[in-house]
Ligand binder design. Structure first.
Ligand SMILES: *Cc1c(COP(=O)(O)O)cnc(C)c1O
Length: 457
């Protein structure tokens, strides 16, 4: 018998999934111009588009929401939220925001501007966008092994510290506005960052007087990998590992839509009093008063409770092993994936799966469409549709890789749902030679993957 991933929760409320036939899905796909972003969620069986804001909340979170104090200023919900985030991060200044990118805009809008440089293991796309929008430059310095899809390194999310030293020297420390460590590193499916790497990055920042910022969206999942893989942490609690990492940083941003197990929320935390004063002005102007930011009292209650639950060892074990379960079973089918499997997603190498589909016919889009038609599984292309550009002659400049991301919502799907995904891949593999490429028939200028239209070649 195959190993069972025991889900450490039972189901109290259900959301029906509307079943559909393959013929129906072929018609839905055509009507959506072969872009799963344009599908209705009702027509999807298993939605692996993103792990952001898609968590199932617990009974304790729903109960906490009933306690929400919606007072404009000084609400009890704010006091609980502030105490929880202070305890976790050890930082004195807590600024609530409606989601992660609002925290990023506040911090990077303030620290950034023309001539400034930000350095990261990998900037998440909203992080990069906020930095570039301010006029500053965003430089990614992942460790080399992180760029090798098959290398089985323990911490492929690390930042290349030697390259950091070189880049700081080249750009001048005074021009480096901040170094940002994204934990886990979202690109590549949530590859972890070691505590040793965070310490080495902090040391460089200290020496040069550069602020060290954590993008802490998945810091609980990252703590699981540190305890599992980094010497010296096997006896430590997950929360205490996260606290140690926050303790190294001068500031942190967090989208609560990930590891705070809620559908909306975020925060910015700061150590520096003056910086906090200045950014608080911006918070009030653009997000809301200091004791709610962009959040209602009940949202803050749900985040406060979610930040406790996410460090439960049984939850984290289930979370990481269930993601790995999907990766292991896809590998057993011969599906090429990025390895090792990270915390929140499995990435499939669509070029490897469909060597007969030319890159300018978007093998990733082909896989996304096949998976939906065959199994009603929705996921996202992360390749030449998302990142491709055109040269002067109008020919596609493809992305470095054509990947498809299967992101796993937290506490939402059971092992049998994931088995359905695996089974669907079984047919994808069997029918791989018949899969066809796609051409784009209509596209916007920016972020084309959201709204572009396609047709089969
Ligand atoms: C989701 C995410 C963000 C942005 O947060 P939103 O809540 O979507 O605005 C920033 N960084 C990382 C690593 C993320 O995954």
């Amino acid at each position: 018998m195959k190993p069972v991933v025991f889900e450490p929760f039972r189901i109290k409320m259900v959301e029906p999934i509307r079943l559909s036939t393959e013929d129906q899905r072929a018609a839905f796909l055509k009507a959506a111009h072969y872009n799963p972003f344009l599908l209705r969620s009702d027509d999807v069986l298993i939605d692996l588009l993103t792990d952001s804001g898609t968590s199932a909340m617990s009974s304790e979170q729903w109960a906490a929401m009933m306690r929400g104090d919606e007072s404009y200023a000084g609400a009890r919900s704010w006091e609980r939220f502030e105490a929880e985030v202070k305890d976790l991060t050890g930082m004195p200044h807590i600024l609530p925001t409606h989601q992660g990118r609002a925290a990023e805009r506040l911090l990077y809008g303030h620290l950034g501007g023309r001539g400034k440089v930000f350095i990261s293991n990998t900037h998440f796309d909203t992080t990069r966008a906020n930095i570039e929008f301010s006029g500053a430059e965003a430089i990614d310095l992942p460790v080399a092994v992180g760029l090798d899809p098959q290398a089985l390194d323990a911490f492929k999310g690390n930042l290349d510290v030697e390259a950091l030293e070189r880049t700081v020297a080249e750009k001048g420390a005074a021009n480096v506005a901040a170094v940002i460590l994204t934990v886990t590193n979202n690109s590549g499916g949530g590859q972890p960052v070691s505590m040793g790497n965070a310490k080495a990055v902090q040391a460089v920042c200290r020496r040069h007087g550069i602020p060290f910022v954590l993008d802490a969206c998945r810091i609980a999942e990252n703590a699981w990998f540190i305890r599992d893989r980094e010497p010296g942490y096997a006896d430590r609690g997950y929360r205490s590992i996260a606290q140690e990492m926050f303790g190294l940083a001068d500031a942190a941003t967090m989208s609560a839509k990930k590891d705070a197990l809620v559908n909306m929320g975020g925060f910015l935390t700061l150590r520096d009093d003056r910086l906090a004063d200045e950014i608080t002005q911006l918070l009030i102007i653009t997000e809301g008063y200091t004791t709610y930011g962009g959040l209602s009292g009940r949202d803050m209650e749900a985040v406060t409770q979610g930040l406790k639950e996410v460090f439960d060892p049984d939850y984290l074990d289930y979370r990481i092993t269930s993601t790995r379960y999907l990766g292991d079973h896809l590998m057993a089918l011969g599906v090429p994936i990025m390895r090792p499997v990270g915390g929140h997603a499995v990435y499939v190498d669509a070029r490897g799966l469909y060597p007969h589909i030319p890159v300018d016919q978007y093998p990733g889009q082909a896989l996304v469409c096949e998976l939906y038609r065959i199994g009603g599984v929705r996921c996202v292309e992360v390749g030449s549709v998302m990142f491709g550009k055109y040269d002067a002659a109008g020919a596609l400049i493809p992305a470095a890789m054509d990947l498809v991301r299967l992101a796993i919502p937290r506490r939402v799907y059971t092992q049998s749902h994931i088995d359905h995904v695996v089974q669907s891949f079984g047919r994808v593999v069997k029918e791989r030679d018949h899969a066809k490429g796609y051409r784009i028939t209509k596209e916007p200028r920016f972020l084309r993957h959201f709204t572009a239209r396609f047709e089969p070649v």
